[in-house]
Design a protein around this ligand. Structure first.
Ligand SMILES: CC(C)(COP(=O)(O)OP(=O)(O)OC[C@H]1O[C@@H](n2cnc3c(N)ncnc32)[C@H](O)[C@@H]1OP(=O)(O)O)[C@@H](O)C(=O)NCCC(=O)NCCS
Length: 357
């Protein structure tokens, strides 16, 4: 029987009674099963509140979600993300399959949902399509960056290759377990001693007033300098309203953003930060890490990562692991993470196809 793809209409609340709530809860349960299979239990687990919040539009991005049924069974889902402030030609097409689906059915699902995602994207005036798949540290098809690869026959990959997508970049997903770092305090003390001209500051939630302008400049630097391979986004412009919106949406659904930043002692200037998103899962998601260009190579990346782990240990003792996503070609960031103790969990491929119309 053919695949039936239906837009997901978001309920007011995750536990709303009735068909909208039921459809959302089925979508959420599917997302949890699919993520647990791909990343391992808990690694990217979310509560239903967090998931509903993550689907709401922000100032910078909108998300449209769809569910796919075959013979009345939910077999997969599709999300189409569209940046709203920059890169307004881009659409990210994210597909998930039920864990127990046979390979041939995964292949058909990815094929059909990619077609559906491209149609949705084109309808929104987007022509720069981004896709995703499982990847590896190396494979028969190497990413355009030269780092990481894929098996072209994999059921998530074959449909993308067939329709002309190019594997632009491979991301390494890696995790550290605080229990494996009994010497964290000693290492943090050594990192502090190795960066004498700098102070470390930390906060939960909104960026404090004295650091907001500096944070906006670092957000712009993060967008510009994190390696993007052939899937670069346009330069970002951040002001206080954008920062406030980002912080509000990151905290929605009950999550906390915990930030560790480096301040230059002589000027009081914010010169780097790293952010950790603490939610329901015991695994914390570490996202942006950046050091301003003139201050790189002084050990601040390593210092902030270690300080962040110490902050988590103190304020969130039940959150014992941290996961992070890094481009496989980002040697400076991977050097810091490997030295900290992060270990590879899985790889993700980032694909691109320009629409011909
Ligand atoms: C990644 C980043 C935060 C590191 O900050 P930093 O303060 O320079 O980090 P550190 O000084 O603690 O360590 C840098 C490590 O990278 C290594 N390194 C620096 N430049 C390098 C290069 N071009 N090639 C390879 N290794 C490099 C350093 O030797 C050091 O490793 P070591 O301790 O084994 O010698 C910084 O380079 C940055 O802001 N990059 C742009 C943003 C980015 O990519 N963020 C991560 C996105 S996921």
């Amino acid at each position: 029987m053919s695949l039936v793809v239906t837009p997901l209409e978001l309920p007011e609340r995750w536990d709303e009674p009735g068909p909208r709530g039921d459809a959302f809860r089925a979508f959420h349960a599917h997302a949890e099963r699919s993520n647990a299979m791909r990343f391992g239990p808990d690694v990217v687990a979310r509560s239903p509140e967090e998931r509903l919040a993550s689907l709401q539009p922000s100032l910078a991005e909108a998300c449209r979600a769809f569910v796919a049924h075959r013979d009345g069974q939910l077999v997969g889902a599709l999300k189409v993300y569209t940046p709203l402030l920059e890169s307004t030609d881009v659409a990210e097409i994210v597909i998930s399959a039920e864990p127990d689906l046979p390979d041939a059915e995964v292949l058909d699902l990815v094929e059909e949902l990619t077609t559906h995602g491209e149609q949705v994207a084109a309808g929104l005036g987007r022509g720069d399509f981004r896709g995703g798949s499982l990847a590896a540290a190396s494979g028969a098809v190497t990413a355009a960056t030269g780092f990481g690869g894929v098996d072209p026959d994999h059921p998530e990959v074959a449909p993308l290759v067939a329709r002309g997508y190019v594997l632009e970049q491979v991301y390494r997903i890696s995790m550290v377990d605080l229990a494996a770092l009994p010497d964290l305090d000693e290492r943090l003390a050594a990192a502090r001693a190795g960066a004498p001209g700098y102070d470390v500051v930390a906060w939960a939630g909104e960026t404090p007033a004295p650091h907001r302008a500096g944070m906006c400049r670092l957000k712009e630097q993060m967008a510009a300098d994190a390696p993007g391979g052939g899937v670069l986004f346009e330069p970002e412009v951040w002001d206080d309203a954008r920062l406030a919106d980002f912080e509000a949406s990151a905290a929605s659904g009950g999550r906390t953003i915990r930030t560790v930043a480096a301040v230059e002692g002589a000027t009081g200037e914010l010169v780097g930060f790293t952010s950790a998103f603490v939610g329901t899962s015991t695994v914390v998601n570490q996202q942006d890490t950046v050091v301003a260009g003139a201050h790189r190579g002084h050990g601040l990346g390593a210092l902030m990562k270690l300080a962040n782990l110490a902050e988590l240990r103190e304020h969130h003792p039940n959150h014992t692991r941290v996961v992070t996503w890094n481009a496989e070609e980002n040697r400076p960031m991977l050097a810091v993470n490997e030295a900290t103790g992060f270990v590879t969990v899985v790889h993700d491929g980032v694909w691109k196809r320009r629409s011909v119309s």
